[in-house]
Design a protein around this ligand. Structure first.
Ligand SMILES: Nc1nc2c(ncn2[C@@H]2O[C@H](COP(=O)(O)OP(=O)(O)OP(=O)(O)O)[C@@H](O)[C@H]2O)c(=O)[nH]1
Ligand SMILES: [Mg+2]
Length: 316
């Protein structure tokens, strides 16, 4: 148990798997290891891959990873499955798709459910990314199904955000709704083997030209066929170019600062919630008293909540 930290730094994959399970379960036993690992983080290029269900993200990650490996990079993969109540292993489909990577010691793959994760995917995912970073992976890829807030979370987490679309299905419209046109760094039209792919490609180019991006940058749009590997070299180039761009423009530090701030807020929120829950459990009379006051209409619920918070703060 205690030597998870040293085993992990020595390259033991089981220690990595073990620690990710601890963070996934919100086990406080992970805290000490995470704290000690912190000084070994900050070296990996963190890449978020997001897109509609079935867009081909897992296939693409697998295909992309082969190209990155050929370029000599080691890769960590965290696949987030927001619907899965299970943890500790890849869902069957992903396991099949990513099978040939599983035996490569330069690759570490992990699927995570988000069950019970307070504040969405953030804390556990952040921890998993940090663990793989400390483990020495050059690139850490986070795959997640895009759904509004999740996309935004991933953008905060990653240095480079890749948005995967596919022909048809009105994905493009959804992408606009989520404001993803403004924040994606690299766009992919996957399933370029389908005949309506050309139209989707043009639509995305047009939307990007019209969009008002805070970075004033025109992101690349890349056509891929994840199942055959077509376009994967260009995609790897685009991802690596974006990282160089961040470095060149001094934006990497800014991203890192934003990431740490978001991470801190998430952790503070979680710890405050835990502390409050515990304090309320220890003092059932107080909450009882306040709910009676609300019930008899002497105070409103907001004032009641403020009373409780003030009381807890005074107790320290
Ligand atoms: N024709 C074609 N099919 C593809 C391509 N890429 C992926 N697929 C297929 O699309 C299906 C979904 O692929 P996945 O990689 O599981 O997609 P995903 O985005 O990870 O799906 P979720 O994780 O469930 O959201 C699979 O049957 C793939 O074989 C492609 O470039 N062309
Ligand atoms: Mg997938």
């Amino acid at each position: 148990m205690e030597d998870i930290y040293s085993r992990l730094l020595a390259g033991d994959r089981r220690a990595v798997a073990r620690l990710i399970t601890l963070v996934e379960n919100g086990d406080p036993a992970a805290d000490e290891h995470i704290r000690r690992l912190h000084e070994h983080t900050g070296k990996a290029h963190i890449v978020g891959i997001t897109g509609a269900p079935g867009a081909g993200k897992s296939t693409l990650v697998s295909s992309l990873t082969k190209v990155l490996r050929a370029r000599g990079l080691t890769v960590g993969i965290v696949a987030i499955d927001p619907t899965s109540p299970f943890s500790g292993g890849a869902i069957l489909g992903d396991r099949v798709r990513m099978q040939d990577l599983a035996t490569d010691p330069g690759v570490f793959i992990r699927s995570m459910g988000t069950r019970g994760a307070l504040g969405g995917i953030s804390v556990a995912t952040n921890d998993a990314v940090n663990i793989l970073d400390a483990f020495g992976k050059d690139m850490v890829i986070v795959e997640t199904v895009g759904a509004g807030q999740v996309e935004v979370d991933i953008v905060r987490l990653a240095h480079t955000s890749v948005v995967v679309t596919m022909p048809g299905g009105g994905d493009e419209i959804q992408a606009i709704k989520a404001g993803i046109m403004e924040i994606g760094d690299v766009f992919v039209v996957n399933k370029a083997d389908r005949e309506d792919a050309g139209r989707t490609y043009t639509e995305i180019l047009m939307m990007l030209e019209m969009s008002d991006r805070p970075d004033g940058r025109m992101p690349p749009v890349i056509r891929t066929v994840a199942t055959t590997g077509q376009g994967m070299e260009e995609l790897a180039d685009a991802i690596q170019d974006h990282y160089q761009y961040l470095k060149r423009e001094g934006l990497l530090e800014k991203k890192a600062r934003e990431r740490i701030l978001a991470e801190l807020l998430e952790i503070i929120n979680r710890q405050v919630a835990r502390t409050v829950t515990r304090a309320l459990e220890e003092d059932p009379e107080m909450i009882d008293l306040v709910s009676k006051l609300v019930e008899t209409r002497e105070i409103d619920p907001h004032a009641g909540a403020r009373m409780v918070i003030r009381h807890l703060l005074k107790k320290g």
